[in-house]
Design a protein around this ligand. Structure first.
Ligand SMILES: [Ca+2]
Length: 384
């Protein structure tokens, strides 16, 4: 039996192949007939801490025809909860999804450890933009406050949504603890985080795991169907100059829009901090959309069932995802770990989603002279 296998995933390969071939066509159906698109889409609840790579995860989740984005919840992490919530609202506004996708503010601090933030990578706002770019405007919408985030998240999961986590696992751990009936294989959780080797916040710990290792422990030992997207995979999704060019429109004479320009300038800020802090000079790794891409197109990934435990106590290595590669512990596998992905196809999905968002973004509309309705193709403002 081979150690590695191609993932069969949540839907058939033939559907995905058709989807790739006819993405522009399907995008039209999304606008013209939401029921047509939703009939074939996987429902996703995105739990995030935007964050530059979370921002692109929002683009991918909100603008992939094969995903129906049921809701977004936020967590402390890249910045304080207030800031990550504001950033989620700003990105959903920018992609023209502020009305159809509700935002819920979740946990402001880890279960046990003191809260942290990551301004050295994401800036004071959590979503700083390159100085050459325009400011990302605030949304006119606010986070929903009628019920706790984990209650709404649980309702979505109960209805079949896949929970995609791109920040600390605090909200997911709280949901599984408060609603223990969801700690079962029918609950599907895909998270960006962990490492099978070196870390990015310390020698061996990845940031999302290190900031709340106790939450990660709860999720990994919950009995849910858990998939981990570790650094070894996300570090293959580098925002190269070629990727940046495609984000801007693909060709030198492609129409530049405020939306594309904003996304490019967010990525340029991210590129600068990753170059300064980690020495990534070929472009920063766009971690979080990779977890969304796994739900969208699992056939692009090679996966392996594995035993993963989280170190919660050691001052030297807390947050380390300890990978029992050679099954020395004798304990059962508890996590599906992605080991590699088709990087070219990942960028095809990401760039297609950016094009879809660009078509309806209110950032492309001069609101002083034109009206704007969410989901309707925007009048593009070209930047010269
Ligand atoms: Ca994140």
């Amino acid at each position: 039996m081979p150690l590695l296998r191609k993932e069969r995933g949540f839907k058939s390969h033939s559907h995905h192949t058709l989807l790739l071939l006819f993405t522009p066509l399907v995008s039209l159906f999304t606008l013209a007939d939401p029921l047509c698109a939703s009939a074939m889409a996987v429902s996703v609840w995105l739990d995030c801490d935007p964050g530059h790579d979370d921002a692109l995860a929002i683009v991918l989740a909100a603008h992939s025809p094969a995903i129906a984005l049921a809701g977004v919840s936020t967590v402390f992490g890249n910045q304080s909860l207030d800031k990550t919530t504001r950033n989620a609202l700003r990105m959903l506004h920018a992609v023209g999804a502020a009305v159809r996708v509700p935002v819920h503010a979740g946990a402001a601090k880890p279960l046990l450890r003191p809260p942290v933030a990551c301004p050295e990578i994401h800036g004071d706002s959590g979503l700083n933009i390159h100085p050459s770019g325009a400011t990302l405007p605030d949304s006119t919408h606010e986070a929903r406050a009628h019920a706790p985030a984990i209650l709404c998240m649980a309702e979505a999961v109960r209805s079949g949504s896949v929970l995609v986590c791109t920040g600390a696992l605090t909200n997911a751990a709280l949901m599984l603890s408060v609603f223990p009936e969801l700690a079962a294989p029918s609950t599907r959780i895909v998270f960006m985080g962990g490492s099978l080797g070196e870390g990015n916040t310390g020698a061996v710990a990845e940031f999302n795991m290190q900031v709340d290792p106790h939450a990660a422990h709860i999720v990994l030992n919950s009995g849910a169907d858990v998939t981990m997207v570790p650094l070894q995979v996300t570090h293959t999704a580098l925002v190269t100059e070629d990727v940046l060019s495609r984000v801007r429109g693909g060709t030198p004479d492609a129409p530049r829009t405020r939306f594309r320009d904003t996304v490019a300038n967010l990525l340029m800020f991210f590129a600068a901090t990753y170059a300064n802090v980690f020495g990534f000079h070929s472009g920063p790794p766009l971690h979080d959309p990779v977890a969304v891409a796994y739900v969208l197109a699992p056939e692009l990934f090679v996966t392996e069932m594995a035993r993963i435990d989280v170190e919660c106590e050691s001052p030297l290595s807390y947050g380390q995802t300890v990978w029992d590669r050679w099954k020395q512990s004798g304990r059962a596998a508890n996590v599906r770990v992605t080991r590699s992905m088709d990087v070219s196809s990942f960028w095809h999905l990401m760039v297609s989603a950016i094009a879809s968002a660009d078509a309806v973004s209110p950032l492309n509309v001069d609101l002083a002279t034109a009206s704007y309705t969410e989901g309707v193709t925007a009048t593009v403002t070209r930047i010269v």
